[in-house]
Write a protein that binds this ligand. Structure first.
Ligand code: PYC
Length: 310
């Protein structure tokens, strides 16, 4: 299996070029469903240690349905198949350029959540124009065991987010364990209390929005991903969901640009335009860097061939 690893603001993406199971044809959402239900062992073995690493997202290239797209892609982490992934799309775009498959300019990429547009500015800088993102609930209060009442918004940006603003814990690297523990508890409480998307879609990510001490930076976020790791980048789909909330509250005007930092201080530039269905069309600009080109080997005699399952 040939892969190319990159990172986007510190968050790793592994693009799988070949050697993956055949997911057949049809809409990407159906193929993603097949990946989640029939090939869990495959995607876990590519993401788990010792072959993978915490927080890594896989990007499986598939034939797009829409012929105007340069590729189709299905994203996953060790615990879930994702609808879309912003940092992964920046990493994938830089990877396709590294392979000589695309050049500077605008390209379309099909994901299970819909078609996104990417603009490659140079070898590492990419703007992703995401699918329409929207807030579906505001000021929902959860009763979170061990923490009490926590109020936040539910928003969609290609994945489902519960967003708490302002963060009850300072968003600083020294607090990563505390931030992780509380956001895991919030995600579990949202599931137990039936809080999710319009059709009952479960919350898969939780965001705490903190202050930035830098005047040029709007805010600093902590984003919990389905694998219980935090996003090292400011999270593209999470930033999209957050833009939908800022727009709905009248806190950011269309076309206005803000800088969003992650908990480790990596940056995205964000803006939006009004969407056709009352949401927002987010623009996310970030940078990715290639780290490795590798052939993954699955030795039948390796006791950890399928990864370390704790
Ligand atoms: O950037 O959208 C994102 C993302 C989702 C999970 C990890 N990163």
């Amino acid at each position: 299996m040939h892969v190319i690893d990159s990172h986007t603001g510190g968050e790793p993406t592994r693009v799988i070029l070949d050697g993956a199971p055949d997911l057949g044809t049809g809409p990407l959402a159906e193929r993603a469903h097949r990946l989640a239900n029939e090939h869990e062992g495959f995607y876990r073995s590519v993401m788990l240690e010792p072959r993978g690493q915490p927080a890594m997202v896989g990007a499986l290239l598939v034939e797009p349905v829409d012929p105007s797209c340069v590729t189709g892609v299905i994203y996953f982490d060790v615990d879930a198949v994702l609808g879309m992934c912003g940092h992964g799309t920046i990493g994938l775009t830089v990877t396709l350029a590294h392979l000589g498959q695309i050049g500077v300019g605008t390209h379309r990429i099909e994901t299970p959540a819909g078609v996104v547009t990417v603009e490659l500015h140079d070898t590492s800088t990419v703007t992703v124009t995401n699918i329409e993102s929207r807030r579906v609930h505001s000021d929902i209060t959860l009763n979170v065991p061990g923490y009490g009442a926590v109020t936040g918004d539910v928003a969609y940006g290609g994945n489902w987010f519960f967003i708490v603003d302002p963060s009850p814990i300072p968003v600083e690297t020294a607090n990563i364990q505390q931030l992780t523990d509380m956001t895991v508890a919030i995600r579990e409480a949202s599931i137990a209390q039936g809080v999710g998307g319009e059709r009952g879609e479960p919350i898969d990510h939780v965001i705490f929005q903190g202050d930035s001490l830098l005047p040029e930076v709007h805010s600093r976020n902590f984003v919990l991903c389905p694998d219980d790791n935090y996003d090292r980048s400011p999270c593209g789909t999470g930033s999209s969901a957050r833009l939908a909330c800022l727009a709905a509250d009248g806190r950011l005007a269309p076309g206005e640009t803000i800088v969003q930092h992650s908990v480790i201080g990596s940056a995205y530039r964000l803006s939006y335009q009004p969407g056709p269905n009352g949401g927002v069309i987010p623009s996310i600009t970030g940078q990715a860097h290639i780290m490795a080109e590798a052939t993954l080997i699955f030795d039948p005699n390796d006791p950890f061939r399928l990864g370390i399952e704790l």
